[in-house]
Design a protein around this ligand. Structure first.
Ligand code: GDP
Ligand code: IMO
Ligand code: MG
Length: 447
């Protein structure tokens, strides 16, 4: 147990994912006993830079990088077992032994090879306006099977189903027939190989499967501190996001209850992560998107290419309408604003403060994606700054234009900005206000 009692905390995205959650979780992890993933699956890509060394985590909680932190994959996560084994082995090869610190919920569902195939086929065949631009990691089909129930596979089946291999082979054969009927007779998947791969990975993971719900209840009763690491972003939430251009899970702190097995309100500190501008990967409305050289410059300066798929990210000015919506939705207590450094070198910086649709300006986030698609951004410009801010560690030392920018965003979103990213490396961070006493920013790591 840590020396000081630490409020259970959730780190989650306020946007369409890739806000920099991995970096924030990594910075906080040293203060927590347990880090829990509770939603999504290998669609996530959470990056941490330690000096010049890059780590990208997809299924393991980012806290797993810290030797004394327990890493939990909760019931709400959909787990591709072969990917998870690859990730564990990849970290081991780099000297990080996840070992028995990892606990996989026996209630979590398995992403099967046919889920990934279905995801790819459905995307390839979808007509353009309804292409979601998924990560092709089988997320949607796996959550669909979970809701259907009869065709789902859970980790408890790995431990307790006498005929597990037979069951997954039958499920694979059945699904191939369905996929052939839907997408064409030439669809193939080697059922024996697919079952072998799942069996081999499950054999490796068996000793990590347990009742993580019970584990978390005991840990919390014993006074251990828990950090909940959300995947994806609140604008991708299945209920509240830009439907249908969303993922298939509850992506904010409201997902803790269903996804981790403890009450969502266990997490008292709710840190919503955003970039100092807005990005999105995949299809769907993006009101403040820039289709010009400014968007290209943000992409270049921010190195905006997907961690999971390598796709170029769409870039635009900070969307205060969308972020205020997700901050309210989630009850964010803190905002972590990443990539402030990326906005250097612009004469003026834009903030989207309203949406214009059918001749009216509003600051509400519409439920229908078509309305959002047709909305035009109302942009307020504030003076930019030219200096590189990557070496700055105190808010007061930032150029006044950068400070004013943060303050303006703060007042529009209605939540204090208590952590500011000024570069990808762990040490390139400013903390202020409530987080100042709480987060220890490490010295720069030289490798
Ligand atoms: P996540 O999915 O929310 O964890 O975010 P990703 O890791 O997918 O994408 C965030 C990207 O921004 C990664 O490449 C990070 O290394 C990088 N990053 C995070 N914070 C900062 C920052 O403050 N400045 C810069 N320049 N890069 C950052
Ligand atoms: P992290 O945790 C960015 C997006 C996909 C697509 C939509 C649905 O790294 O922030 P899915 O494969 O989930 O069915 O795709 O959601 N998406 C993400 N975008 N970061 C993520 O995760 C994402 N997870 C899903 O690009 O538009
Ligand atoms: Mg990411």
């Amino acid at each position: 147990m840590r020396e000081m009692a630490t409020a259970h905390t959730c780190v989650f995205g306020l946007g369409w994912g890739d806000e920099g959650k991995g970096k924030v979780v990594d910075l906080l992890s040293t203060r927590f006993d347990v880090v829990v993933r509770f939603n999504g699956g290998a669609n996530a890509g959470h990056t941490v830079w330690v000096g010049e060394e890059k780590f990208a985590l997809h299924l393991l909680p980012t806290g797993a990088l810290h030797a004394d932190v327990s890493a939990v994959i909760g019931p709400g996560v959909v787990v591709d077992p072969t990917k998870l084994v690859e990730e564990i082995d990849g970290l081991a090869a780099r000297g990080i032994d996840v070992g028995d610190r990892l606990k996989i919920s026996d209630r979590a569902h398995l992403v099967m090879p046919y889920h990934k195939l279905e995801d790819q086929l459905a995307e390839a065949c979808a007509s353009v306006p309804k292409k979601i631009g998924t990560t092709a990691r089988g997320i949607g089909p796996c959550y669909a099977d979970k809701a259907l129930r009869t065709s789902a596979v859970r980790f408890s089946d790995v431990l307790h189903s006498q005929d597990f291999r037979e069951r997954i082979t039958t499920l694979t054969k059945d699904r191939i027939r369905t996929l052939q009927a839907r997408f064409g007779e030439d669809i193939e998947l080697d059922c024996v190989n697919a079952a072998d791969a799942v069996m081999a990975a499950c054999d490796r993971l068996k000793c990590r499967i347990c009742d993580t719900t019970e584990f978390l209840h005991s840990a919390m009763d014993d006074g251990q501190s828990v950090l909940f690491e959300a995947a994806n972003g609140t604008l991708l939430d299945i209920n509240h996001g830009t439907y249908p251009y969303v993922t298939s899970s509850n992506t904010g702190p409201h997902g803790i209850g269903p996804g981790a097995g403890v009450p969502s309100h266990s997490a008292e500190r709710l840190i919503g992560v955003t970039k100092a501008y807005t990005t999105r990967v995949g299809a769907g409305p993006f009101v403040s998107e820039l289709h010009d050289e400014i968007g290209d410059q943000i992409r270049k300066q921010g190195n905006e290419f997907g961690t999971t798929t390598g796709r170029p990210r769409r870039c635009g000015w900070f969307d205060a309408v969308a972020t205020r919506y997700t901050a309210k939705l989630t009850g964010a207590t803190d905002v972590a604003m990443m990539h402030l450094d990326t906005l250097a070198n612009f004469e003026q910086v834009g903030i989207c403060v309203g949406y214009e649709y059918a001749g009216k300006t509003s600051s509400t986030f519409h439920a229908h994606s078509d309305i959002l698609e047709q909305s035009k951004p109302v942009i307020e410009f504030v003076p930019g700054w030219q200096d590189c801010i990557r070496k700055i560690r105190r808010f007061e030392d930032l150029p006044s234009e950068a400070r004013n920018y943060v303050s303006r965003v703060e007042s529009l979103v209605g939540v204090p900005v208590t952590l500011i990213g000024v570069g990808p490396e762990r040490s390139q961070t400013i903390v202020r206000g409530a987080l100042e006493q709480f987060v220890q920013i490490p010295e720069a790591t030289t490798t």
